[in-house]
Design a protein around this ligand. Structure first.
Ligand SMILES: Nc1ncnc2c1ncn2[C@@H]1O[C@H](COP(=O)(O)OP(=O)(O)O)[C@@H](O)[C@H]1O
Ligand SMILES: [Mg+2]
Length: 214
């Protein structure tokens, strides 16, 4: 029952049964356009980085797949398979009360992650999984950072908001409003206000860049 889940730009994600364990392998594939030696080092470093972040999240009590094995030479992480769906897909169901509850919960979890000085780096609804009991898990830590910069935290929330573009605007608004309620429970109203201003700044910058392109 082994199969490929996704072929990404950088890695191939597969579901593999190993010793009866339901696992996911994330293999960073060689890039032919990079010098072989450098390529190997880059893949190894990114793989190690991703595992370091997963370990840090574990310490902080934030849910992500458990790391089962690290094959450094093959730039492959074997991790726990999460029985769930991407938040992006789950939101298509759109039950208002459930969405509010999950958004608040996500706000609290992201708040705790930021309080632990970790920014996800690619916080989109494809990189958040949700299981039957509505428990949330983060995946994909290739771009994550250990940081204290408000800007890095704001980018996380900005990306999350942007990734909600495909859902109905009313649902998106509801989601973000509840997200911020949960977030503020952890990091306080003042911090959250500063974060919101920073997000606005990031958005303006984005618009400015787009206008210049035209
Ligand atoms: N541990 C896991 N359990 C279940 N699904 C996973 C797991 N890890 C990744 N996935 C699925 O594979 C997709 C791609 O994995 P991800 O780490 O985000 O790679 P990429 O860097 O290519 O985006 C995720 O969006 C998620 O749907
Ligand atoms: Mg991803």
């Amino acid at each position: 029952m082994d199969y490929v889940i996704r072929v990404g730009a950088e890695a191939v994600i597969s579901r593999v049964n190993w010793n009866g364990l339901d696992t996911v392998s994330k293999h960073r594939v060689p890039k032919p356009y990079r010098i072989a030696e450098l390529d190997k080092r880059v893949r190894e470093q990114r793989t190690l980085h991703e595992v370091r972040v997963m370990v840090a999240l574990k310490r902080a009590g934030i849910s992500c797949p458990a790391v089962i094995l690290l094959d450094r030479n093959e730039a492959t992480i074997y991790m726990q398979y999460i029985h769930g769906v991407e938040l992006r897909r789950w939101l298509e169901r759109g039950d208002i009360e459930e969405v509010k509850e999950v958004a608040r919960d996500l706000g609290r979890i992201v708040g705790r992650m930021h309080r632990s000085k970790i920014a996800h780096g690619d916080l989109t609804t494809s990189n958040i999984l949700i299981d039957e009991s509505k428990k949330l898990y983060f995946v994909d830590f290739g771009l994550s950072m250990f940081t204290s910069e408000l800007e890095d935290f704001a980018v996380d929330v900005h990306l999350l908001d942007r990734s909600l573009e495909s859902v109905h605007y009313k649902l998106r608004e509801l989601f973000m409003r509840n997200f911020f309620i949960g977030y503020a429970e952890i990091l306080g109203k003042d911090f959250t206000k500063n974060l919101v201003s920073k997000i606005r700044e990031i958005r303006m910058r984005g618009r400015y860049v787009e206008e210049r392109r035209r």
